[in-house]
Ligand binder design. Structure first.
Ligand SMILES: [Fe+2]
Length: 300
């Protein structure tokens, strides 16, 4: 079943604003643009892991996942059929566009398009950070994690558990937050689900993790310097102990830029419940005031 987040695709009218964020703040690398003019971002030796396509409005275009073995895609198709969701084998053209060997596509009950892939293309020793950087934590842990907002996370739990996501823990703050965190590899969570109001769903943030605490401090300074709206200051999470800050992107969703997230040992891990998100920090920053909460869309 699913073993990592392979890539993320966004559509946005503000494609032109992305290269500065990627190179001047994150330290990631710009790959060759896509045929439609998409900004493609490299975090490691994979050809790209984030793609921002030109579009009329901000949209979560697709969430790309990986399976370890080609035959696991059959199991994904069978599980989707059991769940009453139509999964389709994507064309060779689509697989080539996404730089993978095989691809299965489906839309979940909340309107997110998912692409489950095998054989992501990479070129060894090809990653060149755009500024001095220890590098991004990827490999078997994938690109990072995404937080999806769903109007019914109980139903979300049933759905995503069947696709290989195992509960790491919950954070419940009565009247304020109801969130669940799921792992599918050693990363504490690759998928998080947060309860939102009925009728809508959305992408709140993507987390990318670097290999050094100083990379986070430097990114924070650079974000301030380049006028990137910081939504939450530096802080450390209770559950995955990630040391991070959050900033808004040109395309309505947020990026959590972090270091030191916990790794899960499947044999000994016991899920817990927390009643706060941070041990310290993660306070609202004036520059992030009024930024959208995420890319929201109506549930079909
Ligand atoms: Fe996060």
């Amino acid at each position: 079943m699913i073993t990592s987040l392979a890539y993320l695709g966004i559509r946005s009218p503000k494609v032109d604003e992305w290269p500065d964020l990627v190179t001047k703040v994150w330290g990631a690398q710009l790959a060759e643009p896509g045929p439609d003019g998409a900004v493609r971002v490299k975090f490691d030796d994979a050809l790209w892991r984030l793609q921002i396509h030109p579009g009329e409005k901000d949209e979560t275009a697709y969430i790309g996942w990986s399976v370890d073995r080609e035959e696991d895609l059959q199991a994904v198709l069978k599980t989707l059929a059991d769940l009453g969701v139509t999964g389709e084998v994507g064309s060779a053209e689509l697989a080539a566009e996404r730089a993978v060997n095989r691809i299965v596509v489906f839309t979940d009950p909340w309107g997110f398009r998912h692409e489950v892939t095998w054989g992501q293309s990479s070129v060894p020793c090809s990653f060149r950070p755009s500024r001095p950087l220890s590098g991004f934590v990827t490999g078997p842990q994938g690109l990072g994690h995404v937080l999806l907002l769903l109007p019914d996370i109980e139903q979300g739990h049933e759905f995503f558990s069947r696709l290989g996501f195992r509960l790491s823990d919950k954070i419940i703050i009565p009247g304020r937050l109801n969130a669940r965190f799921y792992h599918c590899n050693a990363r504490h969570h690759t998928l998080a689900l947060g309860q939102c109001e009925p009728g809508v769903a959305g992408l709140n943030h993507l987390m990318i993790q670097v290999g050094s605490i100083d990379d986070v401090g430097l990114a924070y300074e650079l974000a301030e310097e380049h006028g990137v709206p910081i939504t939450l200051t530096l802080g450390r999470h209770t559950n995955d102990r990630q040391f991070s800050f959050y900033h808004s992107t040109p395309s309505s969703f947020h990026v959590e830029y972090g270091y030191g997230g916990l790794e899960v040992d499947e044999e000994t891990w016991v899920p817990r419940v927390y009643d706060r998100t941070q041990i310290w920090g993660h306070r609202p920053h004036p520059s992030g005031k009024g930024r959208p909460f995420g890319i929201m869309h109506p549930v079909p």
